[in-house]
Design a protein around this ligand. Structure first.
Ligand SMILES: [Zn+2]
Ligand SMILES: [Zn+2]
Length: 321
């Protein structure tokens, strides 16, 4: 088993969630030093993602006190004996955790790690230990618990970045922004001149809009119920914006593309929008014949790994990932 190298303890400050809905209390807690495969990161910044807020709002107090945060960025202070790829002083951005051993991890798909849930939402290491256990607090949220001054991570859930880049701007790349960009570039593999609709233009959706612009998709249709977000979407690369409280989205999309879109990124988590996402894919004469073979859809639900599907026949899907 990987053990703490020298038993050293660190006193850190952490924002602790003790009761449903918060507030988060800033307190001093004791944290172990890094184990052989871990790194100790001094956090400079952390994004706040919707998943943090949902955990806060729905936390079951009988599960004890926890430290949230999963978009951390900072500087490595110490490394475990088996860590080779980074060194103290390196600047890093933290992301989700994976096991590194399962079939999905070995085939280069850590986002589909078979132990994803335990590692990211288990508030402990896989062996059941917790670097904050001496203070009766649970950490390791997404393998980092970044709402703190220091964090334990591993090489698998960090990316080394240039020291010239501002860490406070890079922090949200670890979850929301990479989710939107990765969906467009890696899961859907949207190509030049393909049409795309992005449902929900929050952080993930806007990242998908920017990535769509980068790969040359056209048209890029942002859909939301908040005019301010739609306006920002147009500024960041959307060619069209639809307020689906005021307009019939499906017919507007048909007007714009002539036959429905090639790809949809669905970020709202709303089952009705999932259905609509399917409806607007390459829409033809009727719903039953509306799905062309090869059309692609990508859905993300709060707190769950996202899923991509490729339409193989009308109303039937297969996983892309
Ligand atoms: Zn997140
Ligand atoms: Zn794995």
């Amino acid at each position: 088993m990987d053990q703490c190298s020298d038993g050293q303890l660190y006193t850190i400050q952490a924002a602790i969630l003790c009761k449903r809905g918060g507030p988060l209390n800033i307190e001093s807690v004791e944290m172990e030093g890094p184990r052989d495969d871990e790194v100790l990161v001094r956090l400079v910044a952390s994004g706040i993602c919707r998943t943090d807020i949902d955990f806060c709002d729905n936390w079951d107090e009988t599960d004890g006190a926890v430290v949230l945060g999963h978009e951390g960025a900072g500087v490595i202070e110490r490394i475990g004996k088996r860590v080779r790829g980074v060194k103290p002083g390196d600047h890093v951005v933290l992301s989700y955790q994976s096991c590194g051993h399962c079939r999905q991890c070995r085939s280069g798909r850590p986002a589909h790690c078979t132990r994803f849930y335990e590692l990211n939402f288990g508030f402990q290491r896989l062996d059941g230990s917790d670097g904050l256990q001496r203070s009766s607090v649970r950490g390791h949220f997404f393998g980092q618990s970044s709402f703190a001054t220091r964090s334990l991570a591993t090489e698998r859930n960090l990316v080394k970045v240039s020291k010239n880049l501002p860490l406070d701007l890079l922090a949200p790349l670890g979850c929301g922004l990479q989710a939107g960009v990765g969906t467009v570039m890696n899961s859907l593999k949207v190509s030049r001149r393909e049409s795309i609709a992005v449902f929900g233009t929050g952080a993930v959706g806007l990242a998908a809009v920017m990535a769509s612009r980068l790969v040359g998709a056209d048209p890029i249709i942002g859909v939301d119920i908040k005019p301010g977000r739609l306006k920002l979407g147009l500024k960041l690369g959307a060619t069209h914006a639809i307020d689906n409280r005021r307009q019939n989205m499906a017919s507007r999309i048909t007007d714009i593309t002539g036959r429905g879109v090639d790809c949809v990124v669905e970020t709202t988590g709303n089952p009705e929008m999932h259905q609509l996402a399917i409806d607007v894919l390459n829409r033809m004469a009727s719903w039953r014949s509306s799905l062309e073979k090869g059309a692609r859809i990508h859905c993300q639900r709060d707190g769950e790994p996202s899923a991509s599907f490729r339409v193989t026949r009308c109303r039937r899907f297969s996983y892309l990932n």
